[in-house]
Write a protein that binds this ligand. Structure first.
Ligand SMILES: [Zn+2]
Length: 239
């Protein structure tokens, strides 16, 4: 009997050792697996962050396509005027690069049956001075400040912003409800434009929603803002 028990004991010991080995390998993999995933995740996040260079263009130089102008950020010099304004129809002018993108956007919209018009593009420091003074005279300064910029503080002075209309609505709230306004909200970023003043961001931009006011920032930035679901330049750049 004792001679038979020994081989059994050996087999049992071998089996226990084998099961033990398998358990160590399996548990080892389970424990290691999440660590490997985390490493991959971290690497991806880092490469995405490194992929977009937020300092590529200056935010404070008037001729930069990333210039951020708002109620706290004026032009330097205050009466800056862009040198490359071109006609975009409707008697309006904007800067060359923005104009090319706008024309591409307008023809793409037209291809889908949405007819857009250029209503108000570049405005000089002097023009804005008149516009603002008229607003203050009509509505008082508090109301004027929510819908009109002080001279030297208007995005229209960049030559990169334009008010558009269509669907029977001009520079008014109704534009957001037209098929044209909805098309602009959905597609502007594909052409390097953002809708600059959106609902819910009044305290950040300083303006009530203006679905008609679009701002050229270039395709790269517009796409990145869309991807990150960030609607304002102030939030994107942490200003
Ligand atoms: Zn505007």
């Amino acid at each position: 009997m004792s001679q038979r028990i020994r081989p059994r004991k050996l087999i049992v010991s071998a089996l226990i050792a084998l099961i033990g080995f398998i358990l160590v390998v399996v548990i080892g993999n389970i424990v290691r697996a999440p660590k490997q995933k985390d490493t991959t995740k971290t690497t991806t996040t880092q490469s995405q962050a490194a992929g977009f260079d937020k300092s590529r263009y200056p935010l404070d130089q008037p001729n930069s396509i990333w210039i951020v102008v708002n109620k706290n950020r004026s032009f330097n010099p205050l009466d800056y005027a862009p040198a490359d304004l071109v006609n975009v129809g409707g008697g309006q002018r904007i800067r060359q690069e923005a104009a090319t993108a706008l024309q591409q956007m307008f023809s793409a919209a037209l291809g889908e049956g949405r007819q857009l018009q250029a209503l108000s593009g570049y405005r000089s420091y002097a023009t804005q001075k008149t516009v603002y003074a008229r607003e203050v005279a009509t509505n008082g300064q508090a109301i004027a400040d929510t819908q009109s910029a002080k001279p030297g503080y208007s995005e229209h002075q960049t030559g990169l912003a334009i008010d558009v209309g269509g669907g029977g609505c001009g520079i008014q709230d109704c534009f957001g409800n037209t098929a044209e306004g909805k098309w602009v909200a959905a597609h502007a970023h594909e052409y390097g434009y953002i809708v600059r003043y959106v609902s819910g961001k009044e305290s950040i931009t300083g303006y009530r929603p203006e679905p008609w006011h679009i701002r050229y920032v270039g395709r790269e930035l517009a796409a990145e803002m869309k991807k990150q679901n960030i609607q304002t330049l102030e939030e994107f750049f942490g200003l």
